[in-house]
Design a protein around this ligand. Structure first.
Ligand code: HEM
Length: 59
């Protein structure tokens, strides 16, 4: 997802420099960014959830 986002940002920059920027080019980067916004916090919470689960199993 981060690769898709990076590619979309590069496409965005090229479009702006060539003055061919369109609204859909902007949304191109927004879609993977929104997905990263969901998966990012999941990655953050995951270690805490597994730690608690491990502690419950041991207890
Ligand atoms: C939009 C909000 C974002 C949030 C909340 C977020 C959060 C996180 C978190 C919590 C991790 C796990 C880090 C770890 O424990 O090792 C992670 C990993 C990662 N993120 Fe994000 N992230 C976001 C956006 C992005 C963006 C924009 C990119 C790149 C364009 C990106 C690229 C990555 C990559 C490559 C990893 C994997 C790192 C690894 O495997 O160690 N993330 N992110």
């Amino acid at each position: 997802m981060s690769v898709a986002f990076t590619v979309a940002v590069v496409v965005n920059i090229i479009a702006v420099v060539q003055e061919k920027s369109a609204i859909w080019v902007g949304f191109l980067a927004l879609l993977p960014l929104c997905l990263l916004l969901i998966t990012g916090p999941c990655l953050f919470v995951l270690p805490y959830v597994t730690k608690r689960r491990d502690a419950e199993c041991a207890g």
